[in-house]
Design a protein around this ligand. Sequence first.
Ligand SMILES: [Mg+2]
Length: 351
Amino acid sequence: MNRLERIKGCLLGGAVGDALGAPVEFLKWNDIHATFGARGIVDFAPAYGRVGAITDDTQMMLFTAEGLLRAHVRGISRGICHIPGVIHHALLRWLMTQDYSPAITSVSLDGWLVKERELWSRRAPGLTCLSALKASTEFGSFAQNDSKGCGAVMRVAPCAFFRNAFDVAADSGRLTHGHPTGYMAGGLFADILQRIVDRQDSLDDAIAKSLAEHGDKPGMEETRAIVERVLFFSYEGHRPAPERIDELGGGWIAEEALAIGIWCALTATSFEDGVINAVNHSGDSDSTGLIAGHLLGIQHGVEAIPDRWLAPLELRGVIEAVAEDIERVPRVFTVYGGEFDDEIWERYPGG
Ligand SMILES: [Mg+2]
């Protein structure tokens, strides 16, 4: 499988998981069961007035990707670039699509992504993300809060396709989430994805190597403990049933969302099976669906995603275009004088 198929699989897989979970994000398992039957939700159902609607998770993931691509352009044109600062600027563009005004008044609404009108829609945006982005007064400044909500995990997958995924993802998570568990879990997630795409590691190998390299860092304690727990569950053959996921936690916080996504991906018999397991529980179904979808899509490529989910997926064309742009640029943030790509330059103004 080539790199583009993995990138597309990752981004579209995440969006599909997000869309499957969207109608049940705020439902307890009992309600999901009562509405959709014993297996829970197994197909797209209407949310936000349509079938296949993505949520804030995919929106913010796309703007994170935009920030990374602009950081690449800026690196070539200026030779220096503060990557989290450029991602921050992109996330502030997202904030403006939600009809909020940031304290930073110099946000430019340029580039192609923000002009996609379908993105200008509120999909239950996370309150921590909103308040942190509204309050920040400087591009690249870290959030002044103690939140470890999963908002710093659910948007960082695109960091996997650029060098130093762990640090870039953790720093970009920290723009909105000040608790170390919140942003370190994001770093671990991007690092696991990077090992799969760059070295073709299996998911369990990638997790083991990521934990070996980053698991002892300060701030990683909670994430490490719960990820090791689901690794053990999976080695013991325990499959993620809704009640078992509820025992583990709701996934509203970073380390739980990551662990639920990992558990469902590790035990999946197919893309479909893993993503269905990941959204059927009482917690943050769209985010855990997105995390499992990223993990499965990057391993098995876009081919593994059922057509009945890809066809009605909102913003499918935008997501594919972003994946293709990521594949076109070098994964290293090139320093001044790197190779020039006119089209990328135009789409991601950064100079
Ligand atoms: Mg959401």
